[in-house]
Design a protein around this ligand. Structure first.
Ligand SMILES: [Zn+2]
Length: 199
């Protein structure tokens, strides 16, 4: 199989790739994604993250989200989907919604596709009030994200709120504060962490 990132034929494969689930990255590219599970506190919320948003992770995510390379959808959660499925058994996953503009631009929902390997039930009903687009936002605009979510779904026991990159924390915190009003437990997860929290 060819590696989806460097396009080389894989001459070596990992044991996991051989026996359990095929990795679509070669061993060299995979080794450049350093798994680093951490908990980051953002005010009253704790976010579990798995990768630093830099180097290889950043290149892959840009290729997926901005160069619209849908084929990469499975590489981000390859190492962590099994952990998430076990650790959060019984939780419903609520993904941060994308703006309509971004969905139209991409033609696919990048987060939904990234989380296909997570077998937990999906929770619908979290929406943005305004279609704010996070990229290029200043601090003031980011603060608006704190009050930019509504949830019109059912009351739930356990929710796992998830996003791809934790940047300022304002998006996840806004969504968290909305969901915690109608759920006993809300855990928060971000696949990667960009080290510049502003709030
Ligand atoms: Zn490769």
């Amino acid at each position: 199989m060819r590696c989806l990132y460097c396009d080389r034929m894989a001459d070596k494969v990992s044991l996991k790739s051989l026996f359990l689930k095929e990795d679509e990255l070669c061993i060299d590219c995979r080794s450049r994604l350093v798994l680093k599970r951490r908990k980051i506190r953002v005010q009253e919320m704790e976010v579990e993250t798995f990768y630093d948003y830099d180097g290889m992770f950043k290149s892959l995510l840009l290729q997926y989200k901005e160069c619209l390379d849908e084929a990469l959808k499975n590489v981000f959660l390859y190492e962590i989907a099994d952990y998430i499925n076990l650790r959060y058994m019984g939780y419903k996953v609520c993904l941060i919604p994308s703006s309509r503009k971004k969905l139209e631009f991409r033609g696919f929902n990048h987060l939904e596709m990234m989380f296909e390997q997570v077998k937990l039930k999906k929770l619908q009903g979290l929406r943005m009030k305004d279609e704010l687009c996070q990229e290029g936002m200043g601090l003031n605009e980011r603060m608006k994200m704190l009050d930019n979510f509504v949830y019109d779904g059912k009351q739930e026991e356990k929710i796992l709120l998830a996003d791809d990159v934790l940047t300022s924390g304002s998006t996840l915190l806004g969504a968290y504060r909305t969901l915690i009003l109608c759920s006993k437990t809300v855990k928060v997860l971000s696949v990667a962490y960009k080290n510049n929290l502003l709030i």
